[in-house]
Design a protein around this ligand. Sequence first.
Ligand SMILES: NC(=O)c1ccc[n+]([C@@H]2O[C@H](COP(=O)([O-])OP(=O)(O)OC[C@H]3O[C@@H](n4cnc5c(N)ncnc54)[C@H](OP(=O)(O)O)[C@@H]3O)[C@@H](O)[C@H]2O)c1
Length: 268
Amino acid sequence: MSPQAAVRSPLSLFELAGKVAVVTGASGAYGRVVSTALGALGCRLVLAGGSQESLAAAADDVAATGAEVRTVCRRPDSPADAEEIVSAAVRSFGAPHLLVVASGHNHPDKIEKMSLESWQAVIDANLRGPWLMARAFGEAVGDGGQGRKVLFVSSVRGRHGNNQGYSAYCPSKGGVDALTRVLATEWGPRGITVNAIAPTVFRSALTGWIYADDERGQAARQRNVARIPLGRLGEPEDLVGISVYLLSPASDFCTGQVIYVDGGYTAG
Ligand SMILES: NC(=O)c1ccc[n+]([C@@H]2O[C@H](COP(=O)([O-])OP(=O)(O)OC[C@H]3O[C@@H](n4cnc5c(N)ncnc54)[C@H](OP(=O)(O)O)[C@@H]3O)[C@@H](O)[C@H]2O)c1
């Protein structure tokens, strides 16, 4: 887009009609809203996740926007899984323009109680998965990278510790931050941008325990809200605006950034 067109018609910076988007964790709270928003903007989507039933529900939301949508019942657990998720997009619509890795997992436990398997499962879901997806995306895109975009989901926990048993989750998200920066430098010359959003707590299956009415949930809510200048926890919808920005031409000169969407949590 010419600089003049951007100035005279700034909304055209958010034009995504016809783009092919792959979303992992599409059945999750964030994955579902970002997929639906991309559908509403005219993207063609491939949704990936581990459960056909919840994927079908997410696909219904996307299809209701009028968008074309396919589902792949796989998590990015292995090279073959990641390649199959991206190949499904290539077969249906062509090489993807956009990759959103919204799959993730946490299993908080004090370090002395956490098994190595449990630690590894969090690292694998949150760091190996994005790495595998990025690798499959880079291969599929080949030399035609210009204007393509990757969006990872980090967390304020990539930067801040947490004394609630996060010795796997925090390092996994710190790894996502580093992966964002390194791929931005590796792929910048190919014209591919790589960024991450880093939310604070928002409502999802992952954080259900924080919204529970038991003592642990109430204490966690109070603790978190007390640290958030805007005075509330997040909702998945709070992440849509920044995601659209980072996936659209509006962000063409923005890469390697971890952007906090946290009600000001990291400002204080
Ligand atoms: N909610 C928060 O407060 C918060 C804050 C900061 C960052 N995040 C990050 O936001 C992203 C989206 O999470 P969410 O909050 O929307 O949670 P969610 O609703 O639980 O969604 C997580 C998604 O990941 C998939 N998934 C679950 N376990 C997995 C595993 N072991 N390997 C691969 N995929 C797995 C789930 O689908 P299937 O089980 O069907 O595969 C689901 O689609 C995650 O990366 C999370 O770490 C969340």
